[in-house]
Design a protein around this ligand. Structure first.
Ligand code: ADP
Length: 641
């Protein structure tokens, strides 16, 4: 029984198909959902950042507003008016200090109507015109609240050098320029007298360099990283570079170009300090609408990726569960389909091995169960038919044995009877011949005719006995062959010579076309065969016909002899049967022609005993051709010598 390789088994195929069927939707759903979630997450992250940028912007604005409102309160107070009018420097100084504290500014400066400093919160230096330019701008605006760039030269009397200084951690061309400058919330409020005349101004400044208040407020409210850039450098940030805030580090070139040089807002991914962020960058303008820096909010991609990888893990787990379910289903299918199939396969093997008694055990009520029931019924039927056949075979065997015994008895009987008949028949023939040839005295013509008929019948009887004896010998396997090298041509010529008188009686010509053909055979038996065939041809040919005997070599060197007559012919249905014992084509003609129906049976046995074949071709009414093929004689060297 051929074994099926594991991969070709139905069970394995079912399992593979189930896994494929489970995997396709899992993979597709996984891919689609991860893709959708990723896109959705990116969009949401970016939306949030964009909103948070607005929050950061408002917080910066609120801080400026707070500074401005307190400054306005001071600038519009009677106290400052009186102090300026009365040039009371002492109270102006106190006012500047108090305003600084209440507005949480880094310094407050009071100016006279020419823009010259008349009081400072952080020092006692007065009389300089460090802020005159801003002062006149503020007077023209009436209310001046802006983010401005102030350089250290301007701030030299404010004692703020320490908080302004930024250590730049990059090679940039304008390092000195940025290093010595401060970005600051500046509020300047002109002070007017009772008649509306300009008396001076109050100026409150909150420096953003190294001031983390605003960025931390933004982070506390939105959770995002926030940075204020002066030009391209971080001056206030909660983005960490290692353990420290990344103060002094520059913005990426892409962002700088987009925001500072082109004046646009940058949204999207950006590399911030040392990792990728979802970001939003917006320009910061001064009072001249000039871009002086950037406001940034961002959130690291990392935390979204962690979320995404969690989702991926979960999808993987769900996929794994799906696969396990598919495997379980395929195992169940295996039980439902493969087991009954296996049972049926065993059933078929039992039957092909000849065991019809075993039953296939499938008890399900599905198609397999039905198939198994039908299979078992079929096995039952085969079994009972087999039993019957066995019984018949037994009976046939018994009948055969009986027939064989009878046949043996028949052969024995024929042998005994033939043998016993032959001796007295020879004696009878001898005496009839003695009387016929006149040895016993003269006989008259009618006596001679009667004796001649008796002699002919004795000859026929003797030939019948000879044939019967031959057949019984053949059946008992006692027919002996005395083989020798013989020339078929000579034998045929002898037979023709012998039968010529018989043929002449019917004016039939016996012609031969035969070569010298040597065979190794029993000459007497082969003579018997040719005699029988030619005699039959004469017997079944009308008068004045001819009979042709041809002998030649076949392609493979055998000897092929044909005896062809133009006689009655043999019906197709009888062609095979005429070689059977006692078979004659037409029982009505047999009486006319005589014969026993044994001749061809003996011929066939003799030819087969020589390893040859005999057959006939015939056309009814046109004649018959008997063929004999015998193996040619092969000389071996020893024989030649
Ligand atoms: P028989 O002694 O009757 O001739 P055979 O065995 O020699 O017995 O022949 C069997 C039968 O085959 C014949 O009775 C005859 O019917 C048929 N047969 C044999 N040879 C010829 C032939 N040459 N032409 C026609 N029929 C033939």
């Amino acid at each position: 029984m051929k074994t099926i390789p594991p991969i070709k088994r139905l069970g394995t195929k079912l399992m593979m198909y189930s896994i494929i069927v489970a995997l396709i939707p899992i993979v597709m759903l996984g891919a689609v959902s991860i893709n959708t979630i990723t896109n959705e997450m990116n969009n949401q992250a970016q939306d949030k950042i964009n909103n948070d940028l607005k929050i950061a912007e408002s917080i910066l604005g609120l801080k400026l507003e707070k500074l401005s409102s307190l400054n306005t309160y001071v600038a519009t107070s009677n106290c400052i008016m009186d102090s300026i009018v009365n040039t009371d420097y002492g109270s102006l100084k106190n006012l500047a200090t108090a305003t600084k504290i209440s507005s949480e500014a880094d310094f407050v400066v009071l100016l006279d109507k020419n823009g010259n400093v008349i009081a400072r919160s952080n020092s006692n230096v007065t009389g300089d015109d460090s802020y005159s330019e801003l002062f006149f701008k503020a007077v023209s605006y009436d209310d001046f609240s802006f983010i401005e760039i102030l350089d250290l030269e301007t701030l030299k009397y404010e004692d703020v050098e320490d908080i302004v200084q930024i250590e730049i951690k990059s090679d940039i061309s304008n390092e000195t320029l940025i290093k010595n400058r401060a970005m600051a919330l500046v509020s300047i409020k002109p002070v007017y007298g009772t008649l509306g005349e300009l008396l001076g101004a109050s100026m409150a400044v909150d420096i953003l360099n190294n001031d983390y208040e605003i960025v931390d407020i933004v982070r506390n409210s939105s959770g995002d990283a926030t940075t204020i850039f002066l030009d391209s450098i971080r001056i206030s940030t909660n983005v960490l570079d290692g353990d420290e805030r990344a103060i002094g580090t520059p913005v990426s070139n892409d962002v700088y170009t987009k925001v500072v040089e082109e004046g646009g807002t940058y949204y999207g991914r950006a590399y911030v300090v040392n990792e990728w962020y979802f970001t939003a960058y917006e320009p910061i303008y001064d009072s001249d609408e000039k871009i002086i820096g950037i406001l940034f909010v961002g959130t690291p991609e990392n935390k979204y990726f962690t979320l995404l990888s969690n989702i991926r893990d979960q999808t993987f787990v769900v996929g794994l569960i799906g696969l396990l379910i598919a495997l379980t289903v395929s195992l169940l299918l295996n039980r439902i389909i493969i087991k009954p199939l296996d049972e049926l396969k065993h059933g078929v093997q039992w039957i092909s091995g000849g065991d019809y008694t075993k039953k296939v055990n499938v008890t399900t009520d599905d198609e397999f169960g039905m198939l198994a029931r039908v299979f078992n019924e079929m096995a039952d039927q085969i079994n009972s038919s087999n039993e019957k056949l066995k019984k018949h075979a037994e009976e046939l065997k018994e009948s055969y044995e009986e027939l064989k015994e009878l046949d043996n008895l028949k052969s024995d009987l024929i042998a005994i009877v033939s043998h016993e008949l032959r001796t007295p028949l020879t004696s009878i023939k001898g005496y009839v011949e003695l009387v016929l040839d006149g040895t016993m005295g003269t006989i008259n013509e009618s006596q001679r005719k009667c004796l001649q008929v008796a002699d002919d019948n004795i000859i026929r009887l003797r030939r019948l006995i000879e044939s019967m004896l031959d057949l019984s010998k053949i059946e008992r396997g006692e027919l002996e062959m005395y083989r020798e090298a013989m020339n078929v041509k000579d034998t045929v010529s002898d037979v023709i010579e012998y039968l010529t008188p018989l043929a002449t009686e019917k004016n039939i010509k016996l012609k031969q076309d035969i070569k010298d053909l040597l065979i190794n055979a029993d000459k007497d038996r082969i003579t018997q065969v040719f005699t029988n065939l030619i005699e039959n041809a004469i017997k079944f040919s009308p008068a004045n016909e001819s009979i042709m005997i041809i002998g030649k070599e076949t392609e493979n060197g055998d000897v092929h002899i044909t005896v062809k007559d133009n006689g009655a012919g043999i019906p197709k249905k009888d062609l095979e049967k005429i070689f059977d014992q006692f078979y004659q084509v037409d029982s009505s003609t047999k009486r006319k022609k005589g014969g026993s129906g044994l001749g061809l049976a003996v011929c066939k046995s003799i030819i087969q005993a020589h390893g040859g074949t005999i057959w006939v071709e015939s056309e009814l009414g046109r004649g018959s051709t008997f063929h004999i093929v015998l193996p040619a004689l092969i000389y071996e060297e020893s024989i030649v010598e």
